[in-house]
Design a protein around this ligand. Structure first.
Ligand code: 5RP
Ligand code: FE2
Length: 223
């Protein structure tokens, strides 16, 4: 079985029909559901709060909810998103005063913990916290909006993080987020990613199942 995970971002879903959109994308073969939380402070956009995550959890009890926090400060919101039903919570180091404390807070609330690095955020933020991470997310666009183009320098960064994960000897997922499409997903996998967020590529396509199947076929070809 493939180790790759596809996590469609509901940022590009029809919010008036969000439950149905989540059902549709899970039926189409999505592994996780990526939830983009934006606060109009850390990023220039405003999206989803814990109430929506709680409603999604009730609607899809078995879905893996991959919550990407683009909020500052982070800590006050972690308990609310954990209680709402998040499985994994990722945050940006620039948005936390004490990264180690935030990672512990997420795990203490029963969630997997992820650290998210923007395109211009250096990898030194991974120093001293590798033993506390379940997932590293490299942003391949600047955070705030769906539908942007993949930034190519992410490929080199992915390869570097893949090496660091191997050296750590730990089972840490390497996720990429932003501008992932059927025609670039194989190259991104070859660079080292194993977990793929795709928003506009899935939700703006006429057939979610066909798009996800095409991504899996491309990943099979990359392996
Ligand atoms: O975190 C994000 C933006 O900040 C989104 O997850 C990301 O942009 C997904 O959308 P797309 O696949 O359309 O680029
Ligand atoms: Fe995201």
């Amino acid at each position: 079985m493939s180790n790759y995970i596809i996590s469609p971002s509901i940022l590009s879903a029809d919010f008036a029909r969000l439950g149905a959109e989540v059902d549709a994308v899970l039926a189409a073969g999505a592994d996780w559901i990526h939830v983009d939380v934006m606060d109009n402070h850390y990023v220039p956009n405003l999206t989803i709060g814990p109430l929506v995550v709680e409603a999604l959890r009730r609607h899809a009890p078995h879905a893996f909810l991959d919550v990407h926090l683009m909020v500052q400060p982070v800590d006050a919101l972690v308990p609310a998103f954990a209680a709402a039903g998040a499985n994994l919570i990722g945050f940006h180091p620039e948005a936390s005063r004490h990264v180690d404390r935030t990672l512990s807070l997420i795990r203490d609330h029963g969630c997997q913990a992820g650290l998210v690095l923007n395109p211009a955020t250096p990898l030194c933020h991974l120093d001293h916290v590798m033993d506390r991470l379940d997932l590293i997310l490299l942003m391949s666009v600047n955070p705030g909006f769906g539908g942007q183009s993949f930034i190519p320098s992410t490929l080199h960064k992915l390869a570097q993080v893949r090496t660091r994960i191997a050296e750590s000897g730990r089972d840490i997922r390497l996720q990429v987020d932003g501008g992932i499409k059927v025609d670039n997903i194989a190259q991104v996998a070859r660079a080292g990613a194993d977990t793929f967020v795709a928003g506009s590529a899935v939700f703006n396509s006429p057939d979610y199942a066909a798009t996800i199947a095409a991504m899996r076929a491309a990943l099979d070809g990359a392996a």
